[in-house]
Design a protein around this ligand. Sequence first.
Ligand SMILES: *[C@@H]1O[C@H](CO)[C@@H](O)[C@H](O)[C@H]1NC(C)=O
Ligand SMILES: *[C@@H]1O[C@H](CO)[C@@H](O)[C@H](O)[C@H]1NC(C)=O
Ligand SMILES: *[C@@H]1O[C@H](CO)[C@@H](O)[C@H](O)[C@H]1NC(C)=O
Ligand SMILES: *[C@@H]1O[C@H](CO)[C@@H](O)[C@H](O)[C@H]1NC(C)=O
Length: 373
Amino acid sequence: MIGSRLSGNFLGLSMRMWAVVLFAFLVSLSLFRVFNNLNDQILLLTDSRYKIEKAITKLQLDSIDISRRRLNSASDNHNHSGEKDKDIDDDIVIIYNRVPKTGSTSFAGVAYELCTINKYHVIHLNISKSSRTLGLADQRRFINNITNWEEKKPAIYHGHLAFIDFSRFGIEKLPIYINMVREPLDRLISYYYFVRYGDDFRPSLKRRKAGDNESFDECVARDGDDCDPENLWVQIPYFCGHHADCWEPGNQWALEEAKRNLLHHYLVVGITEELKSFLAVLEATLPRFFRGAVALYNEGSKSHLRKTAKKFPPLTETVEKIQSSLIYRMENDFYTYAVDHFHFIRQHTIGRNEDGNLVVKDRRFMYEKIRPR
Ligand SMILES: *[C@@H]1O[C@H](CO)[C@@H](O)[C@H](O)[C@H]1NC(C)=O
Ligand SMILES: *[C@@H]1O[C@H](CO)[C@@H](O)[C@H](O)[C@H]1NC(C)=O
Ligand SMILES: *[C@@H]1O[C@H](CO)[C@@H](O)[C@H](O)[C@H]1NC(C)=O
Ligand SMILES: *[C@@H]1O[C@H](CO)[C@@H](O)[C@H](O)[C@H]1NC(C)=O
């Protein structure tokens, strides 16, 4: 019976054949399940490998400097459809460590006028006791604060602070230094009368030497303290910085250090006598901050040069006496160095059109032979 059943036919195939087919089907089914299982295992392995890689990447990222990560996430929030330049400029911090009586109030005035339109912050750094230097801990606090204060970026900080070399503090993105210098005797005379008579900027403010009506000439003639050539030792220490020798009038190393810093650490140092060109160079180089600066200067309005209320031109003998001093010669050496450097920058950055107006020189570089395409 069984034999006959097994030897029977069904749909043209022998029962034996059917048994083979069934067997083959069962075998392939279990094989399929085994393979499926293997596949799952492989997927699982791949998945865990991916997870491990991710964890390792995360660990590596974690060990990268914190400030860089903050920078990346900050730029991620930005709209990538815009130009890359914009993102970079939005992170800029400018330090203008202004020297008193070099037209710095006029310059700061321009920065304040433009900050709303150009969308940046201007912040005054007030150092207590009119000190021009900071202790090491304060230097670090200052640099940490301004490089991490994201809500206030981009920003211009201005204040009477001697140069600090921020690269010594191990930060990744250095601020941009700018400044202005002035002919040293003019600066001293301006300062001399300023502390006696004030200026047209805050006329009601009572100045340190108010009521003292001695002229600069009289002071020089009697070798007074207020007009002593040592008082000329100002611009060199501002650019020289936080080393003790910087503050020793007549120190030769300080003069050289001031020149080195001007050349290597300042984007550009303008000349009080050429404020408009300075603004033009800045407008050409840092339009994110200074777009409209020259137009504003031409307009005059608020950004007019602040003028010391009373000022008497010095006598020839006064000028000769001051100019023969060592301190004057050194400060003047630094000043002429700054002028030469500024003129070189100006000449290569801006020009004049047919109407005599300042214009930005055309871009003189391009890229080519970019490989691979
Ligand atoms: C990014 O820019 C595009 C086009 O300029 C704009 O439509 C979009 O709203 C912007 N997105 C954000 C998050 O600002
Ligand atoms: C700096 O701060 C002191 C003390 O708060 C203040 O008297 C002085 O007017 C400030 N200086 C400037 C230029 O605002
Ligand atoms: C920087 O200093 C200001 C004023 O002290 C403070 O309000 C701000 O939170 C500081 N920012 C950072 C990033 O430390
Ligand atoms: C300075 O003022 C005093 C009195 O306040 C006066 O006697 C003197 O002549 C004045 N000197 C000059 C140079 O104006």
